[in-house]
Design a protein around this ligand. Structure first.
Ligand code: GLC
Length: 575
């Protein structure tokens, strides 16, 4: 492999303009949003599960990190069958996490620190312990109560076969049969996820009215927006036809053969147009700083379908899962960056970027697997272990690239510490319903959900004062704890702080982006903003790359980058 010299790297070349930038600088177009998984961030009560007072107490950490907003995964009343994505009461807090007053305090404290708060809305399904579902079970087939969910008669003379062949995302059938009031086996209800997560019937106006009211409830409480769970699932194809394609969380984007009847139906868009009107009505001044924003979790393909969710009267943002799933290769990344801008620019929407969240193996682990390995659903002790050193190095470079790209960016708690997944977790402690429903075939998502390490020498690494933790922390988390990295030059935490500080200083979330075609080893991009031109270079090759002479390095993903850029390293510089 040859070294690219500064002479070969012609930074004055025009490159390919992939994105012109937007004249509109609303906050949600460029915000860095930090995902808090409340179960695992900070536990003030000491019961082993994180809580809202824990979050509030640590908000200054996020101000110092330099993020613009937080997104909180669900904290609502819930039996926790799917870690809170099974909601029993959309207007209250589960006692595990605190009370409504704690949410109010959290929101007002965050606001006083200049941090916006986005909450998770779960509209596709409720918990089976939701009052509506309990009433539906108690009521007769054909009743208005049953019509709030997806009840159907079974097939066969005695109705003993499920209404269709759909499988649930977590494994096993997507239908469960109920016992009627007279004790006889009865109708079936649909659950695209766990049996404890019955799907709502979004054709019923009462469901629509209820969720509009829930939106208003949280907007009235002061939140700045919503992350909308499974936004592509609410409407199902009429007649619920059989489907033999993939259903699991990994393959939802691999659906190009035929349109699956349970995902990405056109009917969902009308729902979001209604929601957008509600959000807009809360901006009474018209100043973009008062915009309330919503982000779609929509695992759809191709990017043009995803872009439909972010037309200017629907969502403000949608997660860009294509970027997250792209192998660590310059050509693949260039391609996905290009296609992401092409699709979103067509509808005037910002692109978002994300590398980790609570549903996927953390990027410090994922990128330590052989390049091109399909994204696994969890890594276990019996699996080939990721190369931790290469993984962290690539993760830092990937984040350095991501945070230079115009658009919004999502960070997942703990990635700023370079945390890996817990990749040797004992099966006995796994809690993701996927594990049990697939009989261990899919390990599931527990490895990325482990409680955060705050201080090396305290119980549960400072997650709380008691040492309880709902999932065990791997020993490597001790050396990665916040107190081991704060103020330490070259630490991942200080790298993130530096990246976020310079991103703000140079307006990098906004602006225009061009890429230079530098082949398979180097990704070179130029971001032009009001603050000037920032160059970004990532080296994927085995040989070091020379940084052009005269360049001023702003920040690099590894310490001591000066004139050359080593393998798996990214740099921002000006010339
Ligand atoms: C989303 C959530 C995931 C949850 C699922 C069902 O994909 O991110 O954690 O299990 O929806 O609500």
């Amino acid at each position: 492999m040859s070294t690219v010299t500064s002479a070969e790297l012609d930074l004055s070349a025009d490159g390919t303009l992939l994105h012109r930038g937007s004249p509109d600088s609303a906050w949600w177009r460029s915000a860095v949003i930090y995902q808090i998984y409340p179960r695992s961030w900070a536990d003030a009560s000491g019961d082993g599960v994180g809580d809202l007072p824990g979050i509030t107490a640590h908000l200054p950490y996020l101000r110092n990190l330099g993020v613009d907003a937080v997104w909180l995964s669900p904290f609502y009343t819930s039996p926790q069958a799917d870690a809170g994505y099974d909601v029993a009461d959309y207007r209250d807090i589960d006692p595990l996490f605190g009370a409504l007053d704690d949410a109010k305090t959290l929101v007002s404290q965050a606001h006083s620190l200049g941090i916006r708060v986005i909450v998770d809305l779960v509209p596709n399904h409720s918990s089976d312990e939701h009052e509506w579902f309990k009433a539906a079970l108690a009521a007769a087939p054909g009743s208005p109560e049953r019509d709030l969910y997806m009840f159907r008669e079974g097939k066969g003379d005695d109705g003993s076969q499920p209404p269709n062949n759909w499988q649930s995302v977590f494994g096993g059938p997507a239908w469960t049969r109920v016992t009627e009031a007279d004790g006889t086996p009865g109708q079936w209800y649909l659950h695209l996820f766990d049996p404890k997560q019955p799907d709502f019937n979004w054709e019923n106006p009462a469901v629509r009215a209820e969720f509009e009211s829930v939106l208003r409830f949280w907007l009235d409480l002061g939140v700045d927006g919503f992350r909308v769970d499974v936004a592509h699932g609410l409407i199902k194809e009429a007649g619920l036809p059989d489907w033999t394609g993939a259903m699991n969380m990994l393959d939802l984007t691999d659906l190009d053969k035929q349109h699956p009847p349970m995902w990405d139906q056109d009917g969902v868009h009308e729902i979001y147009r209604g929601w957008r009107k509600i959000l807009d009505s809360y901006n009474t001044t018209g100043d973009a700083a008062n915009d309330r924003a919503m982000c779609a979790e929509a695992w759809v393909d191709p990017p043009e379908r995803a872009a439909l969710f972010v037309r200017d009267d629907e969502f403000h943002q949608a997660f860009n899962f294509d970027f997250l799933q792209t192998p660590w290769r310059a050509t693949d990344l260039r391609e996905v960056i290009a296609s992401s801008y092409a699709a979103n620019d067509k509808v005037g929407a910002p692109t978002t970027w994300v590398l980790s969240n609570h549903d996927v193996v953390r990027h410090a682990s994922r990128l330590g697997l052989p390049i091109g390995t399909p994204r696994p659903n969890g890594i276990g002790a019996d699996d080939a272990q990721p190369d931790a050193v290469a993984g962290l190095r690539r993760a830092r470079a990937a984040t350095t690239l991501m945070l230079a790209l115009p658009g919004g960016a999502y960070l997942y708690q703990g990635e700023e510490l370079g945390l890996p997944d817990h990749t040797t977790m004992p099966d006995a402690v796994r809690q993701d319903p996927t594990f049990a429903r697939t009989h261990g075939k899919e390990l599931g998502r527990d490895g990325c959900r482990v409680p955060l390490p705050w201080s090396k020498d305290e119980p549960a690494f400072g997650f709380n004062r008691t040492g309880n933790a709902w999932l065990p922390q791997p020993t490597v988390y001790g050396d990665l704890a916040v107190d081991q990295q704060e103020g330490v030059a070259g630490s991942t935490l200080e790298l993130y702080r530096e990246l976020l500080r310079i991103r703000k200083e140079r307006d990098l979330g906004e602006g225009a982006l061009s890429v230079l075609d530098e082949g398979a080893d180097v990704l070179a991009a130029r971001v032009e903003t009001r603050a000037g031109t920032t160059q970004v270079l990532v080296n994927f090759g085995a040989e070091p790359v020379e940084i052009p002479s005269g360049a001023t390095v702003l920040v690099a993903s590894e310490p001591d980058v000066d004139t050359t850029l080593p393998t798996d390293t990214a740099v921002w510089f000006t010339v």
